[in-house]
Design a protein around this ligand. Structure first.
Ligand SMILES: [Cu+2]
Length: 124
């Protein structure tokens, strides 16, 4: 998955968790920028959700809060890890239930690397 300008973004350890009650799901992955220049994740989308946003969870005064991250930076040669308690991709307005064992496409659009299509497996 090499981009035209040398940036490479690989997503590994792709996992989605679905919160049935509220029609949303979280996706955890790793973006690995193996390119020679820094890159930015501009937008994300999936046919299963109305919107996909990057959110960051942080603990402030003992209370876990989450905030949308509009543009995510990934420096050259660095990995950005999405994990519980930190960054996650939030699928909002799910158009159909996500079923454990199934997979669906997710597209991440990077400024340098361009669009990257991944397959995300749904876990319990
Ligand atoms: Cu959130």
């Amino acid at each position: 998955m090499t981009g035209p300008l040398g940036a490479q973004c690989v997503a590994a350890d792709r996992r989605a968790r679905h919160d049935e009650a509220v029609g949303r799901a979280a996706v955890y992955l790793v973006i690995d920028n193996q390119g020679a220049q820094s890159d930015r994740l501009l937008t994300s989308r999936s046919f299963v959700a109305a919107r996909v946003e990057v959110h960051r969870t942080s603990v402030e005064d003992g209370i876990a809060r989450m905030r949308p991250v509009s543009v995510l930076h990934d420096a050259a040669g660095k990995r950005v890890e999405f994990a519980r308690g930190g960054l996650y991709l939030k699928l909002m307005g799910l158009k159909k239930p996500l079923v454990a064992g199934q997979s669906y496409d997710l597209e991440l659009v990077f400024e340098v690397a361009g669009p990257r299509r991944l397959v995300v497996a749904v876990r319990d």
